[in-house]
Design a protein around this ligand. Structure first.
Ligand SMILES: [Zn+2]
Ligand SMILES: [Zn+2]
Length: 241
């Protein structure tokens, strides 16, 4: 199995990432990736991009250096009510919305409390597409509750390569989450969360776990371009991809 679209990537607009959108697109093509979502940090995350970054993304062409670009964001859940740190008016302009919890921005809690917080965010934000890295130890949550909520609100669960590489302990969480996604037929996406262009599309550690867990390829939404296209067009009819 391989991925054809990397739906979580950063540019220098998040200053702890080191490549431009053009460099990311060049390397996506080199690494055999058809499309990337440009999902920089926003709002209250330290060193995130200014809101103008997100509101002006429409000026970028659909295809850069042969790679399709989805204009997106990685937004933070900032309270138990599941509120995000980006106005809805800005979210409506975007084409791909990752929602995340980070130590710098999001309330910690018991596993069930965290899962319920994710669900509040999914419920409040039809614009959101994917729950990013719910497998970090910091925000370990009740996966049964999370996955049932993701199905109800038609969100994808992310399997995040960077989290697996950064902390071996998250491997255990990924396995547990995959098992539950498999049980409920919940779709996942495997993304890099790349902070440097050469890493775009490189998901060998996450894919290895997927293989070991015998997780079905049919549930990996970005393993096939038509499958992914169908998902995004259902939500954003008329999009030119
Ligand atoms: Zn993140
Ligand atoms: Zn990220």
């Amino acid at each position: 199995m391989r991925i054809c679209a990397d739906l979580h990537t950063h540019t220098i607009a998040s200053t702890h990432a080191y490549s431009t959108i053009t460099e990311n697109c060049v390397w996506a093509k080199k690494n055999g990736i058809k499309a990337i979502a440009m999902t920089d940090h926003c709002g209250i995350m330290p060193d995130s991009a200014h809101i103008w970054h997100f509101e002006n993304l429409r000026i970028l062409p659909r295809v850069i250096e042969g790679t399709i670009v989805l204009k997106g964001v990685e937004a933070n859940i900032i309270n138990r009510e599941g509120e995000l740190d980006i106005p809805k008016s800005s979210l409506k302009l975007l084409e791909w919305v990752n929602i995340s919890m980070h130590a710098e921005t999001s309330p910690k809690g018991e596993p069930l409390e965290i899962a319920k917080t994710y669900i509040n965010a999914m419920k409040n934000y039809p614009e959101a597409d994917i729950i990013s890295h719910p497998t970090t130890d910091n925000f370990y949550c009740d996966y049964e509750t999370l996955v049932k909520g993701a199905l109800m609100y038609e969100k994808i669960i992310e399997i995040n390569e960077s989290s697996v590489i950064a902390k071996r302990s998250s491997e255990k969480n990924v396995c547990e989450l995959l098992k539950i996604c498999k049980k409920y037929n919940a779709p996942v996406a495997v993304n890099t969360d790349s902070h440097f262009c050469q890493l775009i599309g490189k998901t060998s550690s996450a894919l290895k776990i997927i293989e070991e867990c015998e997780f079905p390829e049919s549930l990996v939404i970005n393993s096939d371009w038509e499958k992914f296209r169908e998902f995004i067009l259902k939500k954003r009819p008329g999009m030119d991809i």
